[in-house]
Design a protein around this ligand. Sequence first.
Ligand SMILES: [Zn+2]
Length: 242
Amino acid sequence: MQYLSNLIGEYFQLAVDGGYFGYLLFMLPVIILSAIASSAVNSNYKKYAKVMSRRGITGGQIAELILQQNGIYDVRVKPISGNLTDHYHPKEKYIGLSEGVYNSTSVAALGIAAHEAGHAVQHNVGYAPIRFRSAILPIANIASYASWIIILIGLLISPAIAVAGLVLFGFVVLFQLVTLPVEFDASRRALAVLNAGYLDRDEMEGARKVLKAAAMTYVVALLTSLWQMLRLVLLVFGNRRD
Ligand SMILES: [Zn+2]
């Protein structure tokens, strides 16, 4: 037990005075987790992009259908370049679907397209977490880099400034946290629609797996910013064992 607690102590010490290499070592667990999460997304997508659905409906068509079903007529569905670049743009009111999704009838394409349409529905019905997420997005964007600068200045000048920087970084964590219900809910809406007549029971599995893998990347993103927050807390409040 003594050995283990020493090891853990050394690990946290890395975050404080290990320099850049120490920082990388401290972040290693979340770096490994995010590599696992993104390879799970890629392998599930690759696998289920080859499984064509029986009804032959495309990703673009299912997105259009979901918009119509929800009485949303001011959002366009358009093809965009890239791989897994699919997104919903709330300001410019469009759902961008990548080449492998827009024209594809695969169960992966339907899952992803329905998920992005789910975000448009969330906006349309005023789903509280997505409204909160949009509201704090500008602060979180600024905080993601400004907090580090403020903390560094604070460490040189005054602890109060460093704590203010820490609070600012809290918005980055908060943003990642509120992203989880938004993403999980969009997938839940997507699977409900697909299950109601667009995919058969055995086809649902592929769509579910693709969306589950994508959701995991958001969980890992939250863990990463929590880890960074932990390092900043240790930096600001010190981790002196003497
Ligand atoms: Zn999403």
